[in-house]
Design a protein around this ligand. Sequence first.
Ligand code: PHE
Length: 341
Amino acid sequence: MKEELYKILEEAKKEIANIRDNIELEKMKVKFLGKKGPIKDVLSKLGSISEELRKEVGRVANEVKEELTKMIDEAEAHLKKLQKENELKKGVSDISLPLKKPLTGYPHPVSLVVEKMVNIFKSMGYSVADGPELEEEYYNFDMLNIPPHHPARDDHDSFYVMPGMLLRTHTSPVQIRTMKCFKPPIAIVVPGRCYRRDATDATHSHTFHQMEGLVVDKGISFADLKGTLLLWAKMMFGEETQIRLRPDFFPFTEPSAELAVTCPVCKGKKCNVCKHTGWVELMGCGMVDPIVLENCGIDSEVYSGFAFGLGIERVAMTVYGISDIRQFFENDLRLLEQFGK
Ligand code: PHE
């Protein structure tokens, strides 16, 4: 009987080597392990042999059964693997594989700086204003106290599209548009794109972004300008930041100043970013020239105001350590991906 059982195992081994698919395997499983299988057959004869032998045959039968089950399981796993490989070769998707990370967009560093600035000024009670990029010379220059042939027009090498119309060279024309439409108190910021006919290099681009600020009310003084910009600098770059104001000139502000902040990278200790000065110049500012207020129909005897204008790319270059302004406009995903939220 034992020999019979071993023979069954040998036979099964031979058969399993020729199995090619699941159906054949299933048939074989039924044939050898099923109710009418050869093992069952042997076991049914156990009653006719001595008890000692019965034990022995029972043990062997179990061994053979286990061995057979193992063989069949292994064959099943092997067939599954082959099937999967075949499907992959045919291009059938394996839905159990992890998903490829979907391509998502990233906020542009310019947008990130604008967002942060806008939020800071909103928290101080400012509104956001807007104006056209294709602007009238009248708003871009004349009303800002920059008459024709004024040398300041040379600083703003402009793109004229026709006489009297140009791509705005700064966001300051929105000061005029706002003051002509709204009565004080006014507190606005204006993020926006500007254009100058500059030769492109690492720090100049014909297209760039500015953020204008304008406050007009009764009793606004230079101290308000200074306090506001100090608060902004601390919120923007950190509590330890200090500001420096130096005299400057703009035709539409009087007095005018240039604002620098202690280098946000080295905290004023001097590094490459601040060209070893400890300071980074970020914006022009000043008290709104009474002529400009009057141009807009605001009584300069009653009202006063301050304004500032800052280069967004300059801030982004400083805080993100970007050394070439052209990188902002090249849409290189390797740069942009670093700003994934
Ligand atoms: N418009 C000025 C420029 O582009 C910046 C500025 C804005 C200066 C507001 C003073 C007040 O250079």
